[in-house]
Design a binder for this molecule. Structure first.
Ligand code: HEC
Length: 141
């Protein structure tokens, strides 16, 4: 199992340079998402995991559980969580574009938010994270 994971990790990361090369200098969000790698996003989620769980029935940490985030109402992914007024005041739903902006700079999207996180500067990293969030948003069958 460890060997398989190591192999997958190797594949995913080796592929990043090729994906970057294939993208234009300033790729649109749609282009980035078309090239996104949810498996790599799962690994990048490590930087979120100090504050967020993502499993279907997992609890909240410092931040809310993020299962089913894509398409959910902003400040509504984990209904039992005590969101700030800053985030509740945003309204709308977590579209790809809203999530891309949030992950770029949470404090710019919702000044006063309790998500003290500098943001993910790399556009391809954000796309991979969003692909992973989508994978964790599929209905449970
Ligand atoms: C230092 C802790 C911390 C880290 C690291 C962090 N977050 Fe958060 N996050 C929070 C907190 C706290 C909130 C609630 C914000 C509020 O109520 O203002 C939140 C809210 C969110 C929300 C909104 C959920 C909803 O119900 O609308 C999303 C989406 C989110 N975080 C995604 C991420 C992702 C993806 C990462 C990693 C790239 C990340 N966060 C990293 C603490 C964190």
């Amino acid at each position: 199992m460890a060997a398989v994971l190591a192999l997958l990790a190797g594949c995913g990361d080796g592929d990043v340079a090729a994906r970057r090369k294939a993208l234009a200098a300033n790729p649109t969000l749609a282009t980035r998402l078309a090239a996104a790698d949810a498996g790599r996003g799962a690994r990048l989620f490590g930087q979120c995991a100090a504050c967020h769980t993502i499993g279907a029935a997992a609890g909240d940490r410092n931040g809310p559980n993020l299962h089913g985030a894509m398409g959910a109402p902003v400040a509504g992914v984990s209904p039992r969580y005590g969101y700030t007024a800053a985030l509740r005041g945003r309204g709308g739903r977590w579209t790809d574009a809203a999530m891309d902006a949030w992950l770029t700079d949470p404090a710019a999207v919702a000044p006063g938010t309790a998500m003290r996180f500098p943001g993910v500067r790399d556009p391809l990293d954000r796309a991979d994270l969003i692909a992973y969030l989508h994978r964790q948003s599929e209905p449970i069958r």
